[in-house]
Write a protein that binds this ligand. Structure first.
Ligand code: PEP
Length: 246
């Protein structure tokens, strides 16, 4: 991925789903020579080696779903950015709302992971998003600007816009079948760029399917999509990649 504002980006996030058998089935179905968009699939760590073999010769690249904030050492259960690189990952998702919710990751932690990822040559995809309660209370923009404050600091300190992207994922749209409206998405993507003060790539995530992908990617300011559930199905995911290529 990079700062190509014309080419769309599709990132699949398998979360803690799948099996070796399913990996072969789904990734086998993704072995197309090329899409007219950038495609990345983030499988659970144990499947990275098998995935990189299955994707040989494919245009689809690999990504990590998470990364340790530390370089290496006595951090039982963690996986480093260098290890992700060694297993062929080009990017890593950080700050996903499920990590924030279930693993108490705060913005300081997300910022450390961002620094680690960049230092070791990974492209961080920084997830931000408000809860339904925050949106209903009129606080969606404020929540997003708070989540982006550290990133603004990195940009001021010299971090370049082509080194990372942001994924806007309203928490209430993740895995719920509900997507944000075109107005909500367009306004929030604009807000994110205004907060950061640079023309950063911004992806949308939240119940993206083959049936709504084209519509979502036609919204001004949407540079691609982060896909959870639909990335577990080769046909659905391929449909989304096709929509991103139009
Ligand atoms: C996600 O996990 O980032 C996500 C957007 O999930 P889903 O597509 O299932 O809503």
């Amino acid at each position: 991925m990079g700062a190509d504002m014309l080419r769309k980006h599709v990132i699949g996030n398998w979360k803690m789903n799948g099996s070796a058998t399913m990996l072969a089935e789904v990734l086998g179905g993704l072995r197309v020579p090329s899409y007219d968009c950038d495609v990345t699939i983030c499988v659970p760590y144990p499947y990275l080696a098998q995935a990189s073999t299955l994707l040989e010769g494919s245009a689809c690249q690999l990504g990590g779903q998470n990364v340790c904030r530390y370089d290496d050492g006595a951090f039982t259960g963690e996986v480093s950015a260098k290890m992700l690189r060694e297993f062929g990952c080009a990017l890593v998702i950080i700050g996903h709302s499920e990590r924030r919710l279930h693993f108490a990751e705060d913005d300081a932690c997300v910022a450390e992971k961002f620094d680690r990822a960049l230092a070791d040559g990974l492209y961080p995809v920084v997830c931000v998003g408000e809860t339904l309660a925050e949106r209903d209370a009129g606080g969606a923009e404020e929540k997003i600007s708070k989540q982006l404050a550290w990133l603004r600091g990195r940009i001021v300190a010299g971090c370049r816009v082509e080194q990372f992207c942001v994924a806007y994922e309203p928490v209430w749209a993740i895995g719920t079948g509900r997507t944000a409206s075109a107005e909500q998405v367009e306004a929030m993507h604009r807000w994110i760029r205004d907060c950061l003060g640079v023309p950063v790539l911004v992806l949308y995530g939240g119940s993206v399917k083959a049936s709504n992908a084209a519509e979502l990617m036609a919204i001004p300011g949407v540079d691609g999509v982060l896909v959870g559930g639909a990335s577990l199905d080769a046909e659905a995911f391929t449909g989304i990649c096709r929509a991103a290529s139009n």
